[in-house]
Design a binder for this molecule. Structure first.
Ligand SMILES: Cc1cc2nc3c(=O)[nH]c(=O)nc-3n(C[C@H](O)[C@H](O)[C@H](O)COP(=O)(O)OP(=O)(O)OC[C@H]3O[C@@H](n4cnc5c(N)ncnc54)[C@H](O)[C@@H]3O)c2cc1C
Ligand code: SF4
Length: 330
């Protein structure tokens, strides 16, 4: 048996100091992922620092129409907050389509962003897996890779990032605030997720002991008509095979602004900038949406069991954009 110490802290400075001082220390928020990984032997902390007493639970308006979400705000609470549901319905919907009601009541926003992949080889604790044990190989490349990524992959890792809400946050240029041993940082969320390259064990730029304190959603009028659609093997309590967050502004029949991000197909929450650029000035029609979707997926590298994701993602994009152009979730 391995000993595991537990500490509860009441200030951000204390949390950072204690974890930074212990190379095997880790933060504990809702525990819905961390405890599973400890039980599986995939995470091996010797100290869990419980951060639930920190004053990071609030959801506040920012000047100009943005919103600041505390890192400890719970998924369910964020989804039902009127400013989120009203100004960023795609974010609210992404939260509501994730996990289960019980999990959403426990799971924090900071923990959601830091959750690890659901790749079965990563989580079984024994298969070769470069993410869990750098240099050991990737069992998914020639293994069961139906749920794996087709965009942003490398020969070292093809795992998807499982978060739903991160996809919507990427679409609206959220900014992650942190406090760490080196001070405070603001990290644009698209930079928060690192592609696997040859270091798939490094998933984000957080340094050891660096704590997420808040997530800012900047003002974005287009987000008020956003949608989040999730396609999966069963309709609840399941991770996405493909998901799409879409928002589109149409004037005189032409697309003047578009936001698009994908889940379930990329090694990180996938901002679809190629498609966004292709849509600008195009007629707001299913044909334009399909052309933009094909353009975005042209870089896809499917494997033996996940070829279907390319077509599914293209169809999801068309449906998402069509629904967004009609007025979103309303
Ligand atoms: C059965 C099941 C189904 C799920 N389905 C979905 C789904 O469909 N969609 C989806 O998006 N998610 C899903 N999830 C994941 C769930 O959303 C996450 O488990 C949850 O959001 C993690 O939050 P937490 O507060 O419990 O984090 P914890 O488990 O406490 O922590 C997770 C990780 O984040 C770190 N951490 C926590 N807070 C911070 C912080 N503030 N700063 C820095 N590091 C921090 C911890 O050290 C740990 O490494 C599912 C989970 C389960 C168990
Ligand atoms: S896809 Fe990534 S997480 Fe899965 S086995 Fe390969 S290296 Fe590990």
């Amino acid at each position: 048996m391995r000993p595991l110490a537990y500490a509860r802290v009441s200030t951000v400075a204390e949390a950072v100091e204690i974890v930074a001082a212990d190379p095997a220390g880790a933060f504990l928020a809702g525990g819905t992922t961390e405890i599973d990984l400890v039980r599986l032997g995939v995470a091996r902390p010797d100290l869990l620092v419980d951060i639930n007493d920190l004053p990071l639970h609030d959801i506040e308006d920012l000047p100009g129409g943005g919103v600041r979400i505390g890192a400890l705000a719970r998924m369910s609470e964020v989804a039902r907050t009127p400013v989120i549901a009203g100004r960023y319905p795609g974010v609210a919907q992404a939260l509501l389509l994730g996990a289960s009601q019980q999990l959403r009541n426990m799971a924090s926003m900071g923990g959601n962003l830091c959750q690890r992949t659901r790749c079965a080889y990563f989580r079984d604790g024994v298969s070769p897996c470069n993410k869990r044990e750098p240099g050991s190989g990737c069992s998914a490349l020639d293994g069961l890779n139906r749920g794996h990524a087709v965009l942003g992959t490398s020969e070292h890792c093809i795992a998807t990032h499982p978060s739903d809400v991160a996809v919507a946050l990427v679409a609206f240029d959220a900014v992650v605030h942190t406090a760490g041993p080196g001070g405070a940082r603001r990290i644009p969320i698209d930079d928060f997720y690192l592609p696997p390259g040859d270091t798939p064990d490094r998933e984000n730029p957080l340094r050891h002991g660096e704590l997420i304190t808040a997530i800012d959603l900047p003002p974005a009028g287009i987000a008020e008509r956003s949608v989040y659609l999730k396609f999966r093997d069963r309709q609840s309590y399941e991770f996405a095979l493909v998901s799409v967050c879409a928002a589109v502004r149409v004037e005189d029949g032409l697309v003047t602004e578009a936001r698009l991000a994908l889940g379930g197909v990329g090694t990180k929450p996938w901002r679809s900038r190629l498609a966004e650029r292709r849509l600008l000035g195009a007629p707001a029609t299913a044909e334009s949406y399909a052309a933009a979707a094909a353009y975005e997926l042209s870089a896809a590298v499917p494997r033996r069991h996940n070829t279907f994701k390319v077509e599914l993602a293209q169809r999801a994009i068309v449906r998402g954009l069509t629904q967004a152009a009609r007025g979103g979730m309303r």
